[in-house]
Design a binder for this molecule. Sequence first.
Ligand SMILES: [Fe+2]
Length: 134
Amino acid sequence: MSAMHIQWKDEYCVGNALIDYDHQTLVNITNELFACVDKGLSTEEISTVIKYLINYVELHFQREESLFQESDYPDGQAHMKKHREIEQVVRGISDQYAADPDAINIDDVMKFLKNWLINHIMRTDRSYVPFLNV
Ligand SMILES: [Fe+2]
């Protein structure tokens, strides 16, 4: 198990089954990435997992956005803007890594992803969940 491994905790649950499922999946994919890096897999293999993670992040953001657009959540626009920003950052890292892996410090990327994910689950999403109708 990677030293970076994220252990899922009950306190990560926000109380919405779909969102909680997505978050657990994001944690699982991120842990898979950490394991691949630890095993010293090739750039191509690591790049594939990073892309898979990004695709799931985008899917998750779409789900969140359709949920809070149907709710009375007042900060939807600002929250969506944050989603687009993080997508750009992560896509940038992924493209750079695929083009020239030596230009990227993968340890920094892992730390960034871990911090972002825990912050997203523990902080960002707490803002809209109380407004959801489901
Ligand atoms: Fe989320």
